[in-house]
Design a protein. Structure first.
Length: 579
């Protein structure tokens, strides 16, 4: 009996100005019916290239396949080598037999069509049903993936949805034709833990119903623990280890796998430096070399008592008072208009040097609140006092003088970078605009320094956003936000797209920069283990309101409301994994 998907000795090269680069080095693994195989590794390790190759979604050139085969067993039992499939054959396979959920939903959805019409079109194309029947199935799918007000979502455009909601639309589209194989490339990256749990459960249910195989690409080892039957660990285009989930997570043999398991924030107390891959491996001439088989990385009890500075002895740097951000839901000829109360009567203080976590389910209003603090969305009423001055009462021209001190790192790095500007120029530009550097040469030197701080290199200065992986793009926008040495930063899901090893590097960087520059932050995230590690206090939001607030450890260990308890209960079970 054939495996559903069998990748055999696959090699992938890319043609660049500097010559050919080998991205995949002869990898082999299989996915069987009803089985979930997780592929884990750092950004740039070749995970996404492997998955995109299966559906032939990488243009040739620049891609070239010098060796190997990707064998897929169709619903009718026929086996086909996808590397040699014709365009017509691939058209019938994509979406119908093999579905894919991409990492960045905003760049995967068409901005000029409603979400409902895009899913309906996919169903009509492959299932050959009438439009009304396709629309009915779309509504059922929207209900299954727990989109709020599914009927209204049918007529909304992608930009009107939160990041998590957009990803749920993509998941509904992928599942619309009951595929034999689902390729999920970081499908829960933008989702809060409760919806993530629902989606993973939905995928499992569909597996039991249809025998669907799943190739699951992720950086979240908690998810891997909960859903994977087998794990494939990739590093620099090679498979360094593969086996059953229990074997890999409980008894890893390769130092790189040990590094991935050790650098999770949940295992470490607040403020302690997280171990990173370089503590386990040294890279020479593009090849991995074991530096230390048993590095002296001591995991400490994350509940250890850590001395937290009493920021509240100072005057609040930021005071939010009875803030409302309402959006009109629909216009009526007669009667009162109705509103979506994205932020509803919210009040809190942030003290100088403090990092405050903002958590809650997707659509709870945390991103809208973060953007309102920088006047990127208009507040309906209330006040935002920065250093005692109400920024909402200032003119646009007057507020522009303060903008360099207020920065935001957006959730979706691809849509926040200009695709026509090199990443080096994108980072250097604000320094020149605000005259923080005297000339382009000095700006470039500072840009290179920032790139290296976020684990990128000087020779990537002239590359464009599309040439980077999702995690690398996130590091670029973090470097750009830091370029102006801001005093206040809003981090909007800024580490959600990063694998755990790079996430550890960035969190270490944020801690170092906080000590050096003493900036104040609001850290928006759905990952409560990260928020607990990096933040001093946590504000829990639910349906536009503040549910509860307290120190990070108090919220994490002693939640007061049922809603917070529900969020904590949905965190993937990483406590049982090997440390």
């Amino acid at each position: 009996m054939h495996a559903l998907l069998h990748i055999n000795n696959l090699e992938v090269d890319f043609k660049t100005d500097a010559g050919w680069i080998k991205a995949i080095h002869g990898i082999s693994f299989s996915v069987n019916k009803g089985e979930t195989v997780a592929v884990v590794g750092e950004s740039g390790s070749g995970k996404s290239v492997t998955s995109l190759s299966a559906l032939q979604l990488i243009p040739q050139p620049p891609a070239h396949y010098p060796a190997g085969e990707i064998l897929f067993t169709k619903k009718n039992g026929e086996q086909i080598n996808l590397l040699k499939a014709t365009a017509a054959q691939l058209q019938t396979i994509r979406g119908n037999e093999i579905a894919m959920i991409f990492q960045e939903p905003m760049s995967s959805l068409n901005p000029v069509f409603t979400c409902g019409s895009q899913v309906t079109e996919a169903i009509q194309l492959h299932q050959k049903v009438k439009k009304e029947e396709a629309r009915k199935r779309t509504l059922q799918l929207f209900e299954k993936v727990q989109l709020p007000n599914p009927e209204a979502m049918l007529s909304r455009y992608p930009h009107q949805l939160s990041g998590g909601q957009k990803q749920r639309v993509m998941i509904a589209m992928a599942m619309s034709c009951n595929p034999s194989l689902l390729i999920a490339d970081e499908p829960t990256t933008a989702l809060d833990v409760t919806v993530q749990q629902t989606i993973l459960q939905l995928i499992k249910e569909l597996q039991h119903e249809t025998g669907m195989g799943v190739l699951f690409i992720t950086h979240d080892l908690g998810i891997v623990h909960d859903i994977a039957d087998k794990i494939v660990v990739m590093y620099q285009g090679q498979i360094v280890e593969q086996g059953t989930a229990q074997q890999i997570l409980q008894q890893p043999t390769h130092p790189y796998t040990k590094a991935l398991l050790a650098c999770r924030p949940a295992l470490h107390p607040k403020g302690k430096r997280l171990p990173v891959v370089s503590d386990f491996l040294e890279v020479e001439s593009g090849k991995s070399k074991v530096e230390n088989e048993n590095p002296n990385i001591k995991l400490q009890n994350p509940n250890s008592n850590v001395q937290i500075p009493n920021y509240q002895q100072t005057t609040p740097l930021l005071q939010v008072q009875e803030l409302n951000v309402w959006f009109p839901e629909q216009k009526k000829l007669f009667g009162k208009p109705t509103f979506i109360k994205a932020v509803n009567n919210v009040s809190f203080d942030v003290y100088a040097g403090e990092t405050v976590g903002l958590v809650g389910e997707s659509g709870c209003g945390k991103t809208t609140l973060g953007r309102a603090l920088l006047r990127l969305v208009d507040a309906t009423s209330g006040s935002i006092l920065l250093h005692g001055e109400n920024i909402l009462s200032k003119s646009t021209a007057a507020f522009k003088q303060q903008r360099k001190d207020l920065q935001i790192v957006f959730q979706d790095p691809y849509s926040s970078l200009n695709p026509r500007i090199s990443i080096g120029d994108a980072i250097a530009e604000p320094m020149l605009v605000h005259q923080l550097q005297p000339n382009q040469k000095k700006a470039k030197e500072k840009t290179v320094e920032l790139l290296e701080k976020v684990n990128l290199t000087a020779d990537q200065f002239n590359r464009y956003p599309h040439e980077f992986s999702g995690g690398q793009r996130q590091r670029i926008v973090i470097a750009r936000a830091l370029a102006l040495h801001p005093s206040f930063i809003v981090w909007d899901e800024s580490v959600s797209a990063l694998d755990v090893s790079v996430q550890a590097q960035v969190l270490n960087l944020l801690n170092d920069l906080k000590k050096e520059f003493n900036f104040t932050s609001i850290f928006i995230s759905h990952d409560l283990s990260v928020v607990r590690y990096i933040c001093d206090r946590i504000i829990v939001m639910n349906k536009g309101r503040i549910e509860e607030t307290g120190t990070a450890d108090d919220i994490y260990n002693h939640p007061q409301t049922d809603y917070t308890k529900q969020l904590l209960a949905a965190i993937p079970g990483n406590a049982t994994m090997v440390s």
